[in-house]
Write a protein that binds this ligand. Structure first.
Ligand SMILES: *[C@@H]1O[C@H](CO)[C@@H](O)[C@H](O)[C@H]1NC(C)=O
Ligand SMILES: *[C@@H]1O[C@H](CO)[C@@H](O)[C@H](O)[C@H]1NC(C)=O
Ligand SMILES: *[C@@H]1O[C@H](CO)[C@@H](O)[C@H](O)[C@H]1NC(C)=O
Ligand SMILES: *[C@@H]1O[C@H](CO)[C@@H](O)[C@H](O)[C@H]1NC(C)=O
Ligand SMILES: *[C@@H]1O[C@H](CO)[C@@H](O)[C@H](O)[C@H]1NC(C)=O
Length: 446
């Protein structure tokens, strides 16, 4: 077999390892083994990045280990990041995780560096649509037959985890759909019921998966860059009351995006005199995907807005929620599934009210509630407190750049929190299973 044509940047990828990890981190219960997979499960999926159906040429987004290219040459922390590249970003960060072990029998968890979302493209949009129930079976065969089955069998897969950088919905097609409608059946296969999958969005009743933040375009590599951004976020004057950056809502059917569009058009006519705002509503038109990979289009306006509207689109969650947090713009949600029921590891469910606003979409679409009236009704001191809470979350939702300074590594970012919580979840499951099997073997010996 000829060697795969790898983007040169990726030649470093395989050899990059923890160089100067923390001085003696406590690794008790935190050892992770990275399962070695054949390149067909990761690097080969990047080698023809220009030939994928629908997504077009994503080679530029593979640069910088999945962060994408810098937004401009002099930019220090801003990249044209595609959220689907989280599988690469996570893999690269895993390589510098301080508690790696080559011995799977010592590991609390086993990470699978499988680019599941990229591999899914051929089933989602490509020639393999009608065999979407096959997605994952070759991986399962590798894990349980080809390569040392003992690693899987030790915990029956309960200790394995991976990143699937798409909404879980894309991997949840019931096996009984014939012909398939949309999505692969990876998460529906009994073979994978025991694993932990980190997705960008979870189902309403998730079992295997947990949602983790979408990557934004901001990837600082030292504490100074993070702190100077946070200072800017704090200092910027919020001259618009609310902002919507997105597309949709142009059809005649009532829906929340349409209501937002209409309200936004309508309130621009109102006088802002005496309100402290220059605009009530700022609308950044992102139709046809023009804002993707172009953070400048929406980050500047978000910095100047007090509230950022996060209506559901094709699915309930949006990358924009995390862009808003990075800009210190208070998110306004219209569905519980948009964030509160999703990102429970990174933002505690009971604290949502302290840094975001919830307005049920039915109130707006069906009953004509004006979003602006709700937001204007929140006292200014309260708005300031909420914004301070949003600013305090920036470091938790950002994926810092690989190879960051030690100072920045002392803060937990989105990756660190995801790994901590995945370990907790796996430890408690494994503990349950072990005590259960001890219990039953105790009884069977009575
Ligand atoms: C990548 O290229 C190889 C060889 O040309 C081909 O077999 C494979 O199907 C391609 N994959 C995609 C996703 O285009
Ligand atoms: C940015 O850097 C690249 C490579 O160093 C160079 O080819 C390009 O001309 C630069 N672009 C600008 C606008 O300076
Ligand atoms: C999948 O199957 C349907 C119905 O059998 C068929 O119409 C369609 O062309 C097939 N799609 C592909 C990509 O083979
Ligand atoms: C999943 O875990 C259960 C209970 O531990 C076990 O019986 C089953 O065989 C496991 N599934 C796979 C595919 O390993
Ligand atoms: C705009 O506001 C006015 C006054 O509140 C109202 O009569 C009108 O129906 C609104 N138009 C739209 C499109 O919402």
């Amino acid at each position: 077999m000829p060697p795969p044509r790898l983007p040169t940047l990726f030649l470093l990828f395989l050899t990059a390892a923890a160089q100067d990890s923390d001085p003696g981190p406590d690794c008790t219960g935190r050892w992770i083994h990275i399962r070695q997979l054949p390149p067909q499960f990761n690097l080969d999926l990047l080698s023809n990045c220009s030939e994928y159906p629908v997504s077009g040429d994503f080679c530029p987004f593979v640069a910088n280990h999945g962060l994408g290219q810098k937004t401009h040459n002099s930019s220090r922390s801003w990249y044209r990041t595609d959220p689907l590249m989280l599988e690469l970003i996570f893999h690269r960060r895993m390589l510098e995780y301080p508690c790696l072990t080559p011995d799977p029998s010592l590991a609390a968890a086993v990470y699978l560096p499988y680019y599941a979302g990229l591999d899914a493209v051929r089933y989602l949009y490509g020639p393999d649509q009608n065999s979407s129930f096959l997605h994952g079976l070759d991986l399962f065969r590798f894990l349980t037959r080809t390569d040392r089955p003992s690693i899987w069998n030790r915990r029956r897969g309960h200790d394995h985890f991976l990143v699937m950088a798409r909404p879980a919905w894309d991997f949840s097609q019931p096996l009984s759909n014939d012909p398939p409608i949309f999505g692969t059946s990876f998460l529906e296969l009994p073979e994978f019921f025991n694993i932990t999958a980190l997705t960008l969005e979870s189902r309403a009743y998730p079992w295997q998966e947990q949602a983790i933040p979408y990557p934004t375009s901001f990837h600082p590599q030292n504490l100074g860059f993070l702190q100077s951004w946070i200072q800017r976020v704090r200092r910027t004057r919020r001259s618009s009351l609310m902002l919507f950056a997105g597309g949709g809502g142009i059809s005649a059917n009532p829906n929340i995006r349409r209501s937002i569009r209409l309200e936004c058009d309508n309130v621009t006519a109102l006088s802002t005199e005496g309100t402290g705002f220059e605009k009530f509503c700022d609308f950044v038109d992102c139709s046809s995907g023009i804002c993707e990979h172009d953070p400048i289009r929406f980050m500047r306006p978000m910095l100047r807005a007090s509230f950022c509207l996060q209506p559901p689109g094709d699915t309930p969650t949006r990358q924009s929620t995390f862009d808003a947090v990075v800009a210190g713009c208070i998110p306004v949600f219209f569905e519980e599934q948009s964030a509160r029921r999703q990102y429970t590891w990174h933002m505690a469910e009971e604290e949502y009210g302290e840094w975001s606003v919830f307005i049920a979409k039915e109130e707006v679409v069906g009953k004509g509630l004006r979003i602006m009236d709700v937001l204007m009704g929140i006292p200014r001191a309260e708005v300031r407190r909420m914004r301070e809470r949003v600013v305090g979350m920036i470091e938790r939702v950002v994926y810092r750049k690989h190879g960051s300074s030690l100072g920045l590594r002392s803060k937990k970012d989105a990756f660190d929190i995801a790994v901590d919580r995945a370990l907790q979840r796996i430890n408690s499951r494994v503990h349950q299973i072990l005590s259960h099997s001890l219990h039953s073997s105790f009884h069977s010996h009575m």
